[in-house]
Write a protein that binds this ligand. Structure first.
Ligand code: FDA
Length: 307
């Protein structure tokens, strides 16, 4: 029951001010968001890649309110890509972007987000890497998929995310499981109404498996975004049944969550990509991580009380 309340708080400006100002917040945030600047995140990328892991980088931020902020988001990614290129990290690190941070919700936002994300995708391609469009709440997805399709005309390797909790996703998976596509499947992290999404955990897991099967049996490149040991084992089984080799799909997990599992899967020969978020506007991302595991919230509250 705590999860939905935390997700509601993730959209509250008042809670944002309280949580961001609390002195005890930072150490808890650091577990999931290991830096605020490019300079702080580059050593993390170097460390992860030295350990045989790959990375997808997210400059945190969403729900912006001005066009200038959307340009700043684009420029932050361009700066990141230039730094990765200079260090020869282009092949091991891709980018994850949230279109709301590129202006999608502003007036004329669809076109604005497309205009902002295109140079990022171009710059990524120029250094031999890719961009994946994250999935946000269900009201944003038609626009996200349309931008994805548009980008894929010139950059077919551009990826996107689908969320198992949404009723629409099996149909999206069928459409996307075509040759050359890169699709990350996740359970879904936003507060969604019962009209569009499964709310029951067991139902979400069953949908996840149905969608995994579609992706594994399809022609595209499935990216399994989950920390759930059962789903990871099922993915391995489905990949075997579909005759996929180890380089024909990959696992992805979030920085700071089940890190030992990242290393175990990589040691087994799997491609394992760590989603690493950094930046100053970490509130929304952080609150979704708290909502996923109520024990995180208890740890956070306890550290506030004992301070
Ligand atoms: P589940 O929540 O059942 O967790 C399984 C186990 O993992 C837990 O028992 C616990 O041990 C551990 N765990 C999971 N979350 C934890 C946390 N926050 N803290 C500590 N332990 C935790 N969502 C979305 O809507 N749009 C998106 O674009 C993305 N992108 C994305 C990328 C990647 C690489 C991942 C891994 C996830 C996302 N997500 C996402 C988030 C996703 O929708 C989902 O909320 C989380 O992955 C949690 O679901 P699991 O599949 O891990 O299962």
């Amino acid at each position: 029951m705590l999860g939905p309340a935390i997700l509601a708080a993730s959209r509250s400006d008042k809670m944002r001010r309280i949580v961001s100002a609390a002195p005890v917040t930072k150490p808890v945030v650091n577990r999931f968001i290991p830096g605020e600047t490019v300079d702080q995140v580059i050593p993390i990328v170097e460390d992860l890649t030295r350990k045989g892991l790959e990375v997808t980088l997210d400059v945190v931020g969403e729900d912006i309110t001005t066009v200038e902020q959307s340009y700043a988001a684009r420029d932050a990614y361009l700066e990141l890509i230039a730094r990765l290129a200079g260090l020869g990290l282009g092949e091991k690190a891709e980018m994850s972007v949230k279109l709301s941070m590129f202006g999608q919700a502003l007036e004329g936002g669809h076109e604005l987000a497309l205009a902002n994300v295109r140079p990022v995708v171009e710059a990524a391609a120029a250094i031999g890497t890719t961009v994946t469009l994250d999935a946000e709440d269900h009201t944003t997805l038609d626009s996200m998929f349309a931008i994805h399709e548009e980008l894929r005309r010139d950059f077919p390797q551009t990826g996107c995310v689908i969320q198992a909790y949404l009723f629409r996703t099996e149909a999206d998976a069928r459409r996307l499981a075509a040759a050359g596509s890169r699709v990350r499947i996740v359970k879904g992290a936003y507060k969604e109404p019962a009209e569009v999404a499964y709310l029951d955990k067991a139902e979400i897991d069953k949908a996840y498996v149905r969608i995994l099967k579609i992706l594994m049996e399809g022609e595209g490149y499935p990216m399994i975004g989950s920390h759930d040991p059962r789903l990871i084992a099922i993915s391995q089984e489905l990949a075997r049944t579909a005759g996929r080799k180890l380089d024909e799909y990959e696992f992805q997990m979030l920085y700071g969550i089940r890190s030992e599992e990242h290393l175990r899967l990589a040691a087994e020969g799997h491609r394992m990509r760590v989603y690493t978020a950094y930046g100053t506007d970490w509130y929304g991302y952080f609150m979704r991580r708290l909502a996923e595991k109520p024990a995180n919230l208890l740890f956070f509250v306890r550290s506030m009380i004992t301070k």
